[in-house]
Design a protein around this ligand. Structure first.
Ligand code: BG6
Length: 466
């Protein structure tokens, strides 16, 4: 057990066990854990009183098969055998004594309390756990969005700290559970080749794209209350950015990683609203749950700057959105051109600058775009891609939620977000919330509104390599 590791949990309590997140992500992840022999604890769902035990098990069963059609009946059976349901309303004290009695009956001393519930319910649940002394018997896992802005994130941190100490608050950002995202850290600091050039002297710009082809998919009312800045920019994209920008950590322990991320954001200027473009796909306002005159963005592009010795002057372009042409998550690091063009005897187009492209979505891997000699008499160069597909090279990896649930149960905080880092990310995006500016329409299947080019200072967006 490392210094930062906490005791392994002996029970998992799922608030929101009958909700959307449990159906789409948590039950499939629990199935995989059961399949891999990692799930060893009872799983206690807490749900409104109109759910029956039978209905709950059926819900878990259907959720697993919905996500994993080839799921094995024997594994599902073993998982269902672990399930228990506490029925009752969060506002009813009897729900909490019943939860405590259930944990007592399975001799639990350290539970994981997973809040897969709307943020408005976090305070009631946290305080109710404390009312029956369960805050001293485990750790809490809090889903995103963690707050709505800087002030509410600070307020939520204060509230949670009144009940749980920081080391027992695990803030989820499922991007931190993705192998491809974690690879940014490992790839950068396990290869000496990159570090000497990973700075303002050699890097011209960095682009981070998270594009989804899907729309809001039945989550219209949730999405219309958040928008893209809160849904993915403040969390997933900035976490990815920090891994690309940070200094080498002193060691792999959680606190060292969090310290370096915090420094990146401390050096980052708050987002300048004039360097941000918001878009909304045509048809969004017709989605169920969306206001007919909604001004909420489904796309955002922004230019960020980090005032550090390593990065001063390098633009960090980020864009993310729904209803776009391609589903991809990518980081493209663009290097400066050589000081003079030596090999251009054929007089063709200017050679492209070197790129390191981290592909973080499906078919994740890395692609180096380099120059090599064009065959023939002339000394001239052309682009070649040196690429590796990690699944093919390294084998299939586990899904983010499975890894994060495993970590939460094992008591490993490394892949979760720390208080100060979350607050810093809200500080960075706060101007975009205060002065969001107009929302530009774009057609589904495009790359967002044409206005997104405006923030690039004459550069162009790289098309994801999928
Ligand atoms: C979630 C957002 O956090 O991430 C969704 O709420 C988004 O809107 C999803 O679709 C994307 O996750 P992934 O793993 O599919 O890239």
């Amino acid at each position: 057990m490392s210094v930062a590791q906490q005791p392994a949990a002996d029970a998992l309590v799922l608030f929101g066990a009958t909700g959307d997140l449990s159906r789409r992500k948590l039950f499939p992840a629990l199935y995989r854990m059961e399949e891999h022999g990692h799930l060893k604890v009872p799983v206690i769902g807490v749900a409104r009183s109109d759910w029956s035990d039978e209905g709950f098990r059926q819900h878990a069963h259907d959720s697993i098969l919905g996500a994993i059609p080839e799921a094995k009946a024997s594994v599902i059976e073993s998982l269902l055998a672990r399930l228990d349901l506490i029925q009752g309303d969060y506002g009813d004290p009897a729900t909490w004594t019943s939860l405590r009695d259930t944990l007592d009956s399975c001799h639990s001393r350290t539970a994981v309390f997973y809040m897969a519930i709307p943020p408005t319910a976090f305070p009631t649940v946290a305080q109710s756990l404390a009312s029956v002394g369960l805050n001293d018997r485990g750790r809490i896992v809090v889903e995103k969005p963690f707050g709505r802005d800087l002030a509410s994130a600070v307020e939520l941190n204060t509230l949670l700290h009144s009940v749980f100490p920081e080391e027992r608050i695990f803030r989820i950002d499922h991007y931190l559970g993705k192998e491809s995202v974690e690879d940014l850290l490992v790839f950068r600091f396990s290869n000496t080749l990159l570090e000497p050039v990973w700075n303002r002297n050699y890097v011209r710009s960095v682009q981070i794209t998270m594009s989804e082809t899907i729309g809001v998919e039945g989550r219209g009312s949730f999405y219309d209350s958040v928008g893209t800045v809160r849904d993915v920019l403040q969390n997933h994209l900035l976490q990815v950015l920090a891994l690309v920008a940070m200094e080498p950590p002193v060691g792999p322990e959680s606190s060292f990683l969090q310290d370096e991320k915090a420094k990146v954001f401390a050096a980052m200027r708050p987002l300048d609203p004039s360097a941000m473009v918001r878009g909304q796909y045509v048809g969004y306002r017709d989605e169920p749950g969306v206001a007919p005159d909604s001004q909420v963005e489904t796309f955002v592009a922004a230019r960020l700057e980090i005032d550090s010795w390593r990065w001063a002057g390098v633009p960090w372009y980020v864009r993310c959105g729904k209803g776009l042409e391609t589903a991809a998550t990518e980081v493209v690091v663009e290097f400066r051109e050589p000081p003079s063009l030596l090999f251009d005897e054929a007089g063709g187009p200017e050679p492209q600058r070197n790129l390191v492209r981290f592909r973080l979505g499906k078919q994740d891997g890395v692609t180096f775009t380099l120059q090599a000699k064009t065959p023939g008499q002339h000394l001239d160069s052309q682009n070649v891609d040196v690429a590796v597909d990690f699944a093919a090279a390294l084998g299939e990896r586990r899904e983010a939620y499975e890894r994060l649930l495993d970590d939460a149960l094992d008591g490993l905080p490394r892949r979760f977000a720390r208080e100060d880092v979350v607050e810093q990310t809200w500080r960075v995006v706060q101007p975009a919330l205060d002065a969001p500016g107009p929302v530009h329409p774009y057609f589904r299947g495009s790359w967002g509104p044409a206005e997104a080019e405006r923030i690039l200072c004459g550069d162009a967006w790289f098309t994801p390599a999928v």
